[in-house]
Design a protein around this ligand. Structure first.
Ligand SMILES: CC(C)(COP(=O)(O)OP(=O)(O)OC[C@H]1O[C@@H](n2cnc3c(N)ncnc32)[C@H](O)[C@@H]1OP(=O)(O)O)[C@@H](O)C(=O)NCCC(=O)NCCS
Length: 177
């Protein structure tokens, strides 16, 4: 839990350039994104240790409108700049260092138990949806309110409903982790 959480916190603080430990602590006390990732990691920690997840799950739901299945997998470095309305279905895999904006939904297709599989450094813009057992490649970007129903290659940018690739070589690999 703590290793993943440390990387989550580091990525969520990145935009604020904390500079000193005191400012980092003040940001941790106030930033919604940090509170949300703490609860998410706590929920997974409870599940892993066969403890009830209800407390963390309810706080996430009441506080942020976030529902994440304990059968999902989320790599370290999860960044949630506007942590609200996030839904992650069972069987979903979120790679390392992904950015999920508000109202992102990673959901099952009807009749399937495998959720979406996101690579590392994937960016899902505000309101983006990924439906079913599709793969979104490393460093891919999905635009605001787009709906992904087919695989998106690594380094591609996809937009629209259904999402279509508009760029196959975005520059996200050059951004800091
Ligand atoms: C996907 C995104 C990165 C594309 O940016 P870009 O590479 O600069 O692309 P452009 O803005 O030049 O748009 C290229 C084309 O895609 C279209 N497009 C861009 N975003 C779109 C979207 N979300 N849905 C549908 N079409 C979109 C544009 O209208 C344009 O179409 P055209 O060529 O017919 O004129 C950007 O639109 C986006 O959605 N960023 C995420 C923003 C976000 O979530 N911010 C978080 C809140 S602060």
């Amino acid at each position: 839990m703590f290793q993943n959480l440390r990387q989550d916190i580091r990525r969520n603080l990145r935009d604020y350039n904390p500079g000193s430990a005191l400012r980092a602590a003040a940001l941790c006390a106030t930033l919604n994104s940090i509170h949300a990732v703490i609860l998410i990691r706590f929920q997974f920690w409870c599940a892993r240790n066969r403890l009830p997840t209800l407390f963390a799950a309810k706080l996430l739901f009441w506080g942020f409108g976030i529902e994440i299945s304990k059968q999902a997998r989320i790599g370290p470095g999860l960044r949630l700049p506007h942590p609200m309305g996030l839904i992650i279905a069972p069987g979903t895999v979120v790679g390392d260092n992904c950015d999920l904006y508000a109202d992102v939904r990673l959901v099952l297709a009807h009749g399937s138990r495998q959720g979406p599989i996101l690579g590392d450094h994937v960016f899902l813009g505000d309101g983006a949806k990924v439906v079913g057992a599709v793969r979104v490649g490393d460093h891919a970007v999905v635009g605001v309110s787009s709906v992904v129903t087919r695989d998106i290659p690594a380094h591609a940018t996809a937009v629209g409903i259904p999402a279509k690739v508009i760029n196959t070589d975005n520059q996200r690999a050059q951004e800091p982790a």
